[in-house]
Write a protein that binds this ligand. Structure first.
Ligand SMILES: [Fe+2]
Length: 388
């Protein structure tokens, strides 16, 4: 396939470049106000319809630690976390994501967040005593793409349990790693996140330059969030890390033993994008949770940007295992600042599902040989309706 001159084909089958090869003809205006200095993704607030069932999933099955709870809310953290929580479960009528929350470097960055989003005409709310327990002065906004974000610096410190090996289980979750968001226009979203200070580490596109997804980071890993092309704004998933690959296999074994294997949606496997080992689960409300480990360091200023061909069937699973259609189509609603679900806007550009596993889609293993080089049984796996 044809590629821009500044992209180099690697021996691994993807392309690398220095500048993110993504441009938009539909940009959000770049504010003159500087962006807040974002440290990392810190927590997500999920609305769940049955708090008892959700608590059982996240605490008893996945092993997150309860920092605090009351009759409507549970505050959870991973074993290496020292701030109050990485996940808030809040009881509500409609399952949704209420806030993607980022920690900023200094209290002044909250003033910067207010100025940055106010200049864009976004709705902005600030509460000196925070929107959740454990978190101080905070800013919540609805961004120009319709996503609910929170920014905070002041937070209650709690014990980091990393040395408490008596608490570890074979599948312990040790960190919050990233969010993943669904949006119709990935180049527009990518440019907006770049204005907010994020850097692109990887992306998926085709020979016409249609961009299907991008990965964006503040902390020096592959991402703090990713933009996935689809009907949105919606939340695709939230991801927690384990230390090692075998911890993910242990989670699969535990789910089987509990006769809960039906909450495994996809995997375990090795991603092409990010090079991480992965597993996708669905919680009792259908919120998708990824278990993720062992991506790579990206903190140098000249970190190469990795671009994958959408037709490379090793991009989303390095072993070529099929992506189940629900993984492309299902996602969680997101809320506005009043708690109402945001309307979902359809993607008009080509969908990754359609171009790879749909009736007209194709994928290849070896780019110089094309789809027909794959064994017939393998080609069939990528076509909807070809399964027995
Ligand atoms: Fe992910």
């Amino acid at each position: 396939m044809t590629r821009r001159k500044d992209m180099t084909l690697t021996s691994s089958g993807f392309y690398v470049s220095q500048e993110a090869p993504i441009a938009t003809d539909n940009p959000v205006a770049t504010p003159t106000a500087p962006a807040p200095d974002i440290l990392r993704c810190a927590y997500v607030e999920l609305v769940v319809t049955d708090l008892k069932r959700s608590r059982e999933f996240y605490v008893d099955v996945l092993g997150l630690t309860v920092t605090e709870e009351d009759e409507n809310t549970v505050y959870l953290r991973s074993l290496e976390e020292f701030i109050h929580h990485n996940l808030v479960l809040r009881k509500g009528a409609v399952a949704a994501a209420a806030a993607f929350s980022y920690r900023v470097r200094a209290p002044e960055d909250l003033d910067r967040a207010v100025a940055f989003f106010s200049e864009l005409g976004c709705r902005v709310e600030r509460r000196a005593d925070g929107f959740t327990k454990g978190v101080g002065d905070s800013v919540r906004v609805t961004d120009p793409l319709g996503f609910p974000y929170e920014f905070f610096h002041d937070v209650e410190h709690v014990e980091r349990l990393a040395w408490r090996y008596d608490l570890y289980t074979p599948g312990s979750l040790v960190r919050l790693d990233h969010f993943n968001q669904v949006t119709p226009d990935v180049p527009r979203a990518t440019k907006f996140m770049q204005d907010l200070g994020f850097r692109v580490t990887e992306d998926i596109q085709d020979e016409e330059g249609t961009v299907y997804a991008s990965w964006l980071r503040r902390k020096p890993t592959v991402h703090d969030t990713a933009m996935t092309g689809g009907d949105g704004p919606r939340m695709h998933h939230v991801a927690f890390s384990t230390h090692e690959k075998h911890n993910i296999l242990a989670i699969c074994d535990k789910l089987g033993a509990l006769r809960r294997s039906d909450c495994i949606e996809r995997g375990p496997g090795r991603h092409g994008v990010s090079n991480a080992f992965y597993l996708y689960l669905r919680d009792p409300d259908g919120h998708r949770v990824e278990i993720y480990t062992q991506d790579y360091y990206t903190g140098d200023p000249d970190n190469p940007v990795v671009t994958w061909d959408v037709h490379d069937n090793q991009r989303r699973d390095w072993w070529g295992n099929p992506v189940v259609p629900s993984w492309y189509t299902d996602a969680s609603l997101v809320l506005d600042l009043d708690g109402n679900p945001q309307p979902v806007v359809a993607r008009t550009e080509a969908s990754e599902l359609a171009v790879t596993i749909g009736a007209d889609g194709f994928s290849y293993t070896r780019p110089d040989e094309g789809e027909e080089s794959m064994p017939e049984w393998k080609q069939g796996e990528y076509k909807l309706g070809h399964q027995l």
